[in-house]
Design a binder for this molecule. Structure first.
Ligand code: CMC
Length: 387
């Protein structure tokens, strides 16, 4: 049928060459520019990892300090972004709001961004990495009807995010260092994941020569779905639905029933058919955060722990290599920190922004073609319009 290779879900199609991230799903390996994710999580921080993704090498101390200053210089957003946000009903889904707020950046910087120019592309990358925590925190503040909190120059990237989320306008920052460290690692663990659905979307949009902030908006849209970034939100919805440890077996049985579309949220991965290396780090952070906040015995977290244990020992999950993925633990950590579930995918988008923009920049820095898949046509043969 036709002359094209048919590969639904792109199971065996490489859409691009890339030197940014390497995944060996079978071995449970994730490398950014060659560095294992667990080593980065232990020794690096999110902004240094952003620099690495964008530039290909770890920064020297001077380069890192300059990068941090460049980010700080761009962290504030304009009144026009705030005005657009103010127009949204408070109960709007934050991902819908974020798509629009990226549109405000596209509008503001469209004329001044020449995507053919390397320096302009780098500036766009800095800008979007810097502004996305601010826009995310403002989206939250708007949803709870509180005044926006301005970023503080003395705070780190993750501290500033928590300050803008939970601080009070005009008051000095009070940020818990354990939670700030956890947020930074969550951002870092999400920073890139090669050609996933949202990154491929950013590349496809970018391949038309579109505005970079609009490309990031398209990535946010693709990330929203429960099969991708929406999974950590779906994990919490599922844990609430389970409601009691006595009902775990019932949900496991539902997940295994082929006549029931229900799946255990936060389990399984298209690429990792072994433990996701990010999950190991996330699990550790999860323990630290629950202990720091003294909520290990909260019924919801006990359900999560028990569910994890039962699924890991169940033959159905073992046979299909279905392990808890990064969203399983990140959902629990974010819930413990007090972040509302509707904001979970926004946190994922915030963390993934450097990956999206690094892939966009890599594509534009090399010869590329517009992405234009073909199809196998299954419709009607040619016929005449009724006279
Ligand atoms: N619960 C129960 N059964 C499952 C699950 C699950 N979570 N995931 C896969 N399976 C079964 C599936 O029914 C199939 O069984 P069988 O071979 O008997 O028909 C087998 O495992 C293979 O599944 P698949 O659908 O072919 O696998 P996939 O690679 O297409 O899907 C996935 C990967 C992540 C979409 C899927 O595992 C899933 O829906 N998980 C739940 C949602 C989730 O946690 N998503 C987050 C993904 S990671 C975050 C990211 O990188 O964006």
């Amino acid at each position: 049928k036709g002359v094209f290779t048919f590969d639904p879900g792109f199971m065996s199609t490489a859409s691009t060459e890339s030197a940014i991230t390497y995944i060996d799903g079978g071995a449970g390996m994730l490398l950014h520019r060659g560095y294992p994710i667990d080593q980065l999580a232990e020794h690096s921080d999110h902004l240094e990892t952003c620099y690495l993704l964008l530039n290909g090498e770890l920064p020297t101390d001077e380069q890192k300090a300059a990068f941090v200053e460049d980010i700080k210089a761009e962290i504030a957003v304009s009144d026009s972004s705030a005005a657009v946000l103010d127009g949204f009903p408070a109960d709007s889904h934050p991902m819908a709001v974020m798509v629009s707020l990226l549109g405000t950046l596209a509008a503001e910087f469209h004329e001044s961004t020449n995507i053919e120019d390397e320096a302009d592309r780098y500036k766009a990358a800095i800008r979007v990495i810097a502004k996305i925590p601010t826009l995310s925190a403002m989206t939250y503040k708007h949803s709870v009807g509180e005044a926006y909190v301005k970023p503080e120059p003395g705070l780190s990237y993750a501290e500033n995010f928590l300050h803008m989320m939970y601080g009070t306008a005009g008051e000095a920052p009070k940020v818990n260092p354990v939670l700030a460290k956890a947020m930074d690692v969550i951002f870092l663990l999400h920073a890139d994941h090669e050609q996933n659905a949202s990154t491929s979307t950013v590349r496809l949009a970018g391949s038309t020569g579109a505005n970079p902030y609009a490309c990031i908006a398209s990535g946010i849209s693709a990330l929203w779905g429960p099969a991708h970034g929406g999974a950590n939100e779906a994990v919490l919805t599922m844990l609430n639905e389970i409601g009691d440890e006595s009902r775990i077996e019932e949900f496991i049985a539902k997940a295994k029933d082929k006549n029931d579309p229900f799946r255990l949220m936060g389990f399984g991965h298209r690429v990792y058919k072994n433990f996701d290396p990010r999950s190991r780090v996330m699990r550790k952070i999860c323990d630290e955060v629950l202990a720091d906040l003294g909520v290990e015995n909260d019924p919801l977290f006990k359900i999560a722990r028990r569910l994890e244990k039962i699924a890991l020992e169940d033959q159905y999950f073992i046979d299909r290599k279905l392990y808890p993925n990064v969203d399983f633990y990140s959902g629990i950590i974010l819930k413990a920190i007090g972040i509302p579930t509707s904001m979970f995918t926004v946190i994922f988008a915030l963390g993934r922004t450097p990956g999206w923009i690094a892939h966009w920049n890599e594509m534009l820095s090399n010869p590329y073609k517009i992405g234009r898949p073909r199809q196998l046509y299954t419709g009607s043969v040619k016929r005449d319009y009724p006279a």
